[in-house]
Design a protein around this ligand. Structure first.
Ligand SMILES: [Zn+2]
Length: 312
């Protein structure tokens, strides 16, 4: 019996170590997707054949320009419009689901700083890792580990009869949403802004999460204020939304003002980023991205792509 217990600990430990080395590295919420370079050489169904653009001679934008990084053309298929961290789902935008193979089981990523309501919840790997960091931050700052991830898919949080998560135009199958509740003894109570949980409201953007349905934005989101429903969008976009007091709907409109020639520059977590949007051009949309692969592309589930580039 003892040996079996030891064996299972050993298997678990080696599995964790293995996962540590195989995890897709991320920097500040932007995918460090070195694969892109290989995609250029070998071709790829997602991005097509790349065409390198010389890194010199970048007029107009200055030292921090996107092209000065050395860029390459990527062809985005129409299907990409409904994929990524900024996909908008509401009454006017259709529900999309992340593929199961693009998610992980949260139990494999849970740390000791929070608990989960059941063992079948799934999230994208980036969301699961960031959630662990958020919960560590909460526990470290408040001395409490009383938060429960109640749901990631069905949109039903504890005692939520008066305010269930929006269900009919649900974004809960994106693999980037979590419903948080509070453990009180053997009971689970609804999460709100009272008590130590307030820390989550004040700090979740530093970990890449937003309150998806904020108070006072009902006319924009089309949904009631929902304090326990967080969505992961990455640190750059979470910070920009927070600093400008924009909900996701407003943020996507705001980004229409920024193009590759005139990107939005911002700082997050001590690094510089450029963000711009590009109108979808139909079956295939060409965008310029750095050869170093340090970028992320998301569709808005409607009409444009948002390109986020880490400059330094
Ligand atoms: Zn929810």
């Amino acid at each position: 019996m003892c040996f079996l217990a030891f064996l299972s600990v050993l298997i678990f430990a080696s599995d964790s170590i293995c996962r540590e080395f195989t995890r897709t590295p991320t920097v500040d919420g932007v995918k460090v997707d070195g694969e892109f370079v290989r995609k250029n050489n070998g071709g790829n169904a997602d991005f097509g054949q790349g065409k390198n653009i010389p890194s010199s001679g970048s007029p107009g934008i200055g030292e921090n320009s996107i092209r000065s990084l050395g860029s390459s053309e990527a062809a985005l298929p129409l299907s990409k419009l409904s994929q990524g961290s900024l996909v908008l789902i509401d009454k006017n935008h259709k529900t999309v689901s992340v593929r199961k193979e693009d998610t992980v089981n949260l139990i494999d990523y849970t740390n000791s700083f929070y608990t989960i309501n059941d063992y079948s919840m799934r999230l994208t790997e980036e969301t699961a890792v960031s959630l662990g960091e958020l919960m560590f931050g909460y526990s470290n700052s408040t001395g409490s580990n009383n938060l429960v991830v109640y749901d990631t898919a069905n949109g039903i949080a504890a005692n939520s009869a008066s305010c269930p998560c929006p269900r009919y135009f649900s974004e809960n199958n994106l693999g980037t949403c979590v419903d948080i509740a509070v453990k009180q003894g053997d009971d689970i109570a609804a999460f709100n802004t009272a008590g130590a949980e307030r820390w989550i409201f004040d700090n979740c953007t530093n970990y890449g999460f937003i309150l998806r349905y904020p108070d006072g934005k009902e006319d924009k989101t089309g949904e009631k204020y929902c304090p326990w429903h967080l969505r992961y969008v990455g640190k750059v976009h979470a910070k920009l939304m927070y600093d400008n007091n924009l909900c996701l709907e407003e943020y996507l409109v705001y980004l229409k003002n920024y193009s590759e020639e005139n990107p939005l520059f911002c700082q997050a977590d001590g690094s510089n980023y450029a963000v711009y949007s590009k109108e979808c051009e139909g079956q295939e949309t060409c965008v310029n991205v750095p050869i170093n692969g340090n970028y992320d592309i998301s569709g808005d589930n409607s009409e444009k792509f948002i390109i986020t580039i880490k400059l330094n």
